[in-house]
Ligand binder design. Structure first.
Ligand SMILES: [Zn+2]
Length: 107
């Protein structure tokens, strides 16, 4: 009688458990990373306040009402640059954003 087969079996289960543990840890890390990203969604990267999406002349701008930082969605610069009068459009957008920010300080 030899105990070799059962030892191999033990090793197999130990390896399998280690693999399951490794997978669970990876899943946990991925879930934590996703939760971390969700907690930053639509938050100002500078101060963590909620960003407010507003449309200005067909361009959506995300504005932080606290520090006045503003972000453009992907493609919004393309929309502006393709406009016939993109300098004028940019000026109108920035002007309206500033007006909106000044208005926001009253509330
Ligand atoms: Zn901010």
């Amino acid at each position: 009688m030899t105990d070799k087969p059962s030892r191999n079996e033990d090793e197999y289960f130990v390896r399998q458990e280690a693999e399951i543990l490794r997978q669970r840890r990876a899943e946990l890390r991925a879930e934590q990373a996703a939760a971390e990203r969700r907690s930053h969604y639509m938050k100002c990267p500078r101060d963590g306040y909620d960003l407010a999406s507003q449309g200005f002349h067909g361009v959506t701008v995300d504005i932080c009402p606290h520090c006045g930082g503003m972000w453009l969605d992907p493609g919004e610069l393309d929309v502006i640059s393709r406009h016939d009068d993109h300098r004028g459009l940019l000026g109108r957008i920035f002007g309206d954003v500033l007006k909106s920010l000044r208005g926001g300080t009253h509330g």
